[in-house]
Each structure stands twice: as structure tokens, then as C-alpha cells.
Design a protein around this ligand. Structure first.
Ligand code: IPE
Ligand code: IPE
Ligand code: MG
Length: 246
């Protein structure tokens, strides 16, 4: 079992929700003198494997950052490659979600995506909604600030139409207007490839998450690395602003 005895894994406290910033596809390809597209393609296979690994460890929610609102700054050809991969990914994901009982969600502003991609996202989320296994969320054209701005817009329009009153707005209200409504906040956020930043990923939701950074490039990330991140999480004393008495 990825170099760990079953009993050792049993003793680990498993985070309910793990969120991953899948970074380093380009550098992975560069190291191999391959085009960046080869890195993205290898990275998309890693995502499939990590869903199974996460579920086998007992993780209930897995959220991955696939394309940020800032990634539109990349070259047209890289964006086209990424969108093509996402298209294929969403199609395969439908079959996989049926096989492994996975519920799939997408967060982010999907209105900017091509119609066929939006349609396959709709089919996938609708058809997998009843599944009771891993809740797998793909952040696609996602930016935390953009998500908060869109939430403000929806709150304002609900206020002006009488569905919401300004005096009732509290943290729970804001959470409900975010794309992640009804999802628990991530317990653990992982970023691969050595960068120590969140790059606009779940800023509201990760206020009290444990953060784990590894130099491993995303296409090389595997179950062994996921277990390392969970072990790191186990060493943390989560106080949420309070004090844990000995
Ligand atoms: C992450 O890999 C994938 C996306 C952001 C879509 P990168 O493409 O950012 O890889 P690096 O950071 O250039 O190595
Ligand atoms: C973050 O990676 C976005 C995704 C993994 C989708 P980037 O490679 O885009 O982030 P920066 O540019 O290094 O901050
Ligand atoms: Mg990057």
C-alpha cells in the first residue's frame, strides 16, 4: 500500500476535504524536453488516479484547481490545448463517475467557456449528482476574488428584490452565495511544484485550512505523496483561534 502498512494508515486522521493546486505541468515537460501540452496531458492522468487514491484513503471531498481566471493570460495555443484536454476529461469523467460512484461538481465562472464544454459539464454534474462516493470538484475558470465579486452581485440583486435583507448578512450568508455552497471548507490545501502561494484559490474557504507545499511536480504526484501531505496534516494542532489545553 504505497510503502505504508495498512495499520499505520489506519491511525491517521483523514482530512474530510482536500483541495489541490495542481502546479508544475510545464516544468515537468520542460525537464523532459517535451512541449507544455505533454505536461498537461500527463497532469490530467494524475488527476484521475488521485481521485481513486483520495477515496481509498477515506477523503470525502477532493477539489482541484484546473484553470484559473488568470490563466487566460497564457498563449492562445496553450489555452486551446488546455480546453481540449478539459473537453476530453469531462467526457471520460462521466464514465468514471458511473463506475466509481463519484459526484462531480464544477466551480468557477463557466459562462466564459465554449458551449459544448458547458453542456458536458451540465450533463456530468446532473448525472453524477445522485452518486454517494467521492465529491470531486473541478475549479474551472475559477478565481477566488471573482467568486466573491459574483457572490456580492447575487446578494445585491436578492436584496433589491426583497429575497435578502442587508441586516441578515453574516458569514454563513456569504458562504451560501459562493460557488462552494453546501461544501465543507477544505481542511488541507496542497500545492505542488514548490511555489508557496495560493494564486487566488479558495481564499474565503481556506481561511483556516492547513497548507502543505511540496516540490513534486503535479504529473509526478501520487498516492505516496498524498499520504505525506496527510501525515503533515496529522502533525498540526488546529486551534481555530482558540486554545487546545493539554
Ligand atoms: C499547472 O501547470 C496547470 C495549469 C495552471 C493549467 P503549469 O502550466 O502552471 O506548469 P508550470 O507552473 O509552468 O510548470
Ligand atoms: C495556479 O497555477 C492555477 C492552477 C493550478 C490552475 P499557476 O501556474 O497559474 O499560478 P502562478 O501563475 O504560478 O501563480
Ligand atoms: Mg504554474
Amino acid at each position: 500500500m504505497a510503502g505504508k502498512k495498512k495499520d499505520e494508515l489506519k491511525e491517521l486522521k483523514i482530512p474530510g476535504h482536500v483541495a489541490i493546486i495542481m502546479d508544475g505541468n510545464g516544468r515537468w515537460a520542460k525537464k523532459r524536453f517535451l512541449p507544455r501540452s505533454a505536461g498537461h496531458s500527463a497532469g490530467s492522468k494524475t488527476v484521475e488516479q488521485i481521485c481513486d487514491d483520495a477515496w481509498s484513503l477515506g477523503i470525502k471531498y477532493l477539489t482541484v484547481y484546473a484553470f484559473s481566471t488568470e490563466n487566460w493570460k497564457r498563449s492562445e495555443s496553450e489555452i486551446a490545448t488546455l480546453m481540449d484536454l478539459l473537453r476530453k476529461y469531462m467526457k471520460n469523467c462521466l464514465e468514471r463517475s458511473k463506475k466509481n460512484n463519484m459526484r462531480v461538481r464544477v466551480i468557477g465562472d463557466t459562462s466564459r467557456l465554449d458551449e459544448d464544454l458547458r453542456e458536458s459539464i451540465q450533463t456530468l454534474t446532473r448525472e453524477s449528482a445522485v452518486n454517494t462516493g467521492l465529491t470531486f470538484t473541478v475549479a474551472l475558470n475559477y478565481g477566488g476574488r471573482d467568486e466573491i465579486v459574483r457572490a456580492f452581485g447575487k446578494m445585491l440583486s436578492d436584496c433589491s428584490e426583497g429575497r435578502l435583507s442587508a441586516k441578515d448578512i453574516c458569514e454563513e450568508t456569504v458562504s451560501k452565495y459562493l460557488d462552494t455552497a453546501d461544501m465543507p471548507d477544505p481542511d488541507l490545501v496542497i500545492r505542488t511544484s514548490g511555489e508557496i502561494r495560493l494564486s487566488n484559490f479558495l481564499p474565503w474557504q481556506s481561511a483556516y485550512s492547513e497548507l502543505y507545499f511540496t516540490d513534486v511536480l503535479w504529473p509526478d504526484f501520487d498516492k505516496k505523496e498524498l499520504i505525506k501531505a496527510v501525515e503533515y496534516y496529522n502533525k498540526k494542532d488546529r486551534r481555530f483561534g482558540g486554545r487546545n489545553e493539554e
